[in-house]
Design a protein. Structure first.
Length: 154
């Protein structure tokens, strides 16, 4: 919503989407903006994704660790590529990251996809892996129709 506290909204969204490498059942994977909220949220969540400290999860200050397996990393990176092929714009690309001392680790950095087509697999599938697709919707009517149309992962 345009009158939302964007700083708090961004913190909560980033912690949900990128905490635990996005691999928890309640991780946010979609943010739908209403009205004029889009530019501010896009700017702030982009900065939060780019500034997220990724590394060995037990190290002090690390905010996002690796995903659970090589298969999970490959699946996540495949979904990012598929999102791009389906028409999404990659704002922050978390594929193929390098973490000093953990070059063979299963890391996927925070990723932001924008303008994800509503019927794209990346909009319909549960991600749970540190990527936060964003759907651009205009006004409450489209927002209402989008929320009412299944299947959206919750």
């Amino acid at each position: 919503m345009p009158d939302a506290d964007m700083e708090m909204t961004t913190k909560i969204l980033a912690d949900s989407a990128f905490g635990c490498a996005g691999q928890r059942c309640l991780a946010a994977s979609v943010a739908i903006t209403v009205g004029d909220a889009r530019p501010a949220l896009t700017e702030q969540i982009t900065a939060a994704a780019r500034n997220r400290k990724v590394g060995y999860g037990a190290d002090k200050g690390v905010e996002m660790g690796p995903v659970i397996s090589a298969e999970s990393k490959a699946r996540i990176e495949g979904l990012i590529a598929k999102g791009e092929r389906e028409g999404a714009r990659i704002v922050v690309d978390g594929r193929s990251p390098k973490v000093d001392g953990f070059e063979d680790g299963f890391f996927v950095f925070p990723t932001i996809l924008d303008h994800v087509p509503p019927d794209a697999e990346t909009a319909r599938r549960s991600h749970r892996a540190g990527q936060s697709p964003r759907l651009r919707q205009h006004g409450v009517h489209l927002h209402h129709r989008r929320v009412q149309r299944p299947p959206l992962p919750l």
